[in-house]
Design a protein. Structure first.
Length: 234
């Protein structure tokens, strides 16, 4: 008798619990094109001046070569996710922007830094991007670029004689033999999410090397700066 009452109580609690923490996420739209907006996820680790709200762009470092950087919206890139629906589903789509003349696909790629086991630099070079660099999908409720964790660092670039630029890097989370999870955030860098903001994907002029045949309809926010994140979650 006691047990059945307890079980009944638990069952009621289990049904009632989700109603108290209804997941609630910002409204989004669909677009082939999008810009990537910086959202600092730990304000205590933000850079000075803040990198909150900056947009991903390409920093020219050679013919067909760019480092992924961040700056104002007017010099930012419009990206699209490239791949089949099934490639997207299985996290092997890529994120591409068109550059140069004639317009050529430049893929967002991650390449492990020589001095680190977990930190990669992000590039926007002519050619394919890294599979899996794509926007999060169901059951994740927020929209952001994967794989986590992206960071913004103020790094010296050799191509510019050591001048410093705000660049995008990515830190892979690792699990030690003791089961301890390590975020591996590089020192002095701000942990961020790169959040997609819808933007028109311009039609390609005749003679372009790029193609939008496999440009996916992406989920994105109309205006990232207007989102009050504290109202959403979990
Ligand atoms: C943006 O950052 C805030 C913390 O500053 C966080 O609460 C919010 O969930 C973040 N947005 C996304 C999409 O992760
Ligand atoms: C875009 O995706 C299609 C389908 O997988 C692929 O054939 C094509 O090579 C991709 N384009 C680029 C620039 O990676
Ligand atoms: C964001 O939402 C929180 C919680 O509803 C509220 O207290 C805060 O004033 C809002 N911030 C802005 C800038 O509207």
């Amino acid at each position: 008798m006691f047990f059945s009452a307890a079980i009944l109580g638990l069952a009621t609690a289990a049904v009632a619990a989700p109603a108290n923490v209804v997941p609630n996420y910002p409204a989004h739209q669909q677009s082939q094109g999008f810009r990537l907006v910086v959202n600092v996820t730990d304000k205590a680790l933000d850079l000075k001046p803040s990198v909150q709200g900056l947009y991903v762009n390409s920093i020219h470092v050679g013919a067909g070569l760019n480092v992924a950087g961040v700056g104002s919206k007017d010099v930012s890139n419009v990206f699209y996710q490239n791949g089949t629906a099934s490639e997207f589903r299985f996290s092997s789509a890529t994120t591409i922007t068109d550059e140069a003349t004639p317009l050529t696909p430049f893929g967002l790629s991650l390449s492990k830094n020589a001095d680190s086991d977990s930190v990669s630099s992000a590039y926007i070079n002519g050619g394919a991007g890294t599979p899996g660099v794509q926007i999060s999908q169901f059951p994740e409720g927020f929209l952001f670029l994967e794989p986590e964790t992206f960071v913004i660092c103020n790094n010296a670039l050799q191509y510019y004689q050591g001048q410093k630029f705000l660049v995008v890097e990515q830190a892979a989370t690792t699990v030690g033999s003791d089961g301890q999870v390590a975020k591996n955030l590089p020192e002095g860098c701000a942990p961020v999410r790169l959040v997609p903001e819808c933007a028109p994907l311009e039609a390609l002029p005749a003679g372009s090397y790029a193609s939008h045949e496999f440009a996916l309809q992406s989920e994105c926010y109309a205006d990232v700066a207007s989102i009050n994140w504290s109202q959403y979650g979990p």
